[in-house]
Design a protein around this ligand. Structure first.
Ligand code: IMP
Length: 205
């Protein structure tokens, strides 16, 4: 499959989250790409109405690309639990409620597993990244990291569901792990590797 190359010098990051912008900016800088956030460009946040991570990443990236006339990058991510039919999945952020309380969200996952009497404690994180251009062209990449769900949660590093996730072959939760180690194996890193290999291969690093 021929992938469209990102040749433009400026990329809009379709997020209003400063943390995500800083993380993505650090990944893009070695390729000579300057990142600006959709928020700084005055672009609103679209409603995430898609039924999949891919659909939500695409709608966010396209919204910013069309509004700014520049290529845009969006990510959509979450935790999927097979014993809960994939929940919280695309609703991972919403399970934390308006207070964005991930202690509450993790308890909700644990309570749902208990209610089902589930002995299957597998879980996996998904990240979908979409590069979109103002003409509507999209390139989308998916990364996953598989593991098991620990209880009680452990560690105060990372964010979201990190304290209850132990990646395959590891003993520490993502919440206990050195951030660099998590970032080397995470779903987001895997999606980024695919994106850079496919769409940034012609750019100097
Ligand atoms: P989004 O910003 O709509 O993509 O929401 C993603 C949500 O999924 C976040 O709010 C987190 O709860 C969860 N999530 C995604 N990636 C991670 C991760 O690396 N660690 C922990 N939680 C994550």
């Amino acid at each position: 499959m021929v992938r469209r190359q990102l040749i433009e010098p400026t990329l809009v990051i379709a997020t209003h989250n400063k943390g995500k912008l800083v993380e993505i900016d650090a990944l893009m800088r070695p390729f000579g790409i300057a990142c600006v956030s959709a928020g700084d460009k005055g672009v609103s946040e679209p409603e995430e109405t898609g039924a999949t991570f891919e659909a939500n990443a695409e709608l966010k990236a396209l919204h910013s690309a069309r509004a700014t006339g520049l290529p845009a990058l969006a990510d959509d991510s979450g935790l999927c639990v097979p014993a809960l039919d994939g929940d919280p999945g695309i609703y991972s952020a919403r399970w934390a409620g308006p207070a964005k309380d991930f202690g509450f969200a993790m308890r909700k996952v644990e309570a749902a597993l208990a209610a089902k009497g589930a002995s299957d404690r597998r879980g996996f994180f998904v990240a979908c990244l979409t590069l979109a251009w103002p003409d509507g062209h999209c390139e989308t990449f998916r990364g996953e990291v598989h593991g098991t769900l620990a209880w009680p949660p452990r560690g105060d590093r990372g964010f979201g569901y990190d304290p209850m996730f132990v990646a395959e072959g590891e003993t520490l939760t993502f919440g206990e792990m050195e951030p660099a180690r998590k970032h080397a194996m995470s779903h987001r890193a895997r999606a980024f590797d695919l994106l850079t290999a496919a769409c940034l291969s012609g750019r100097a690093r």
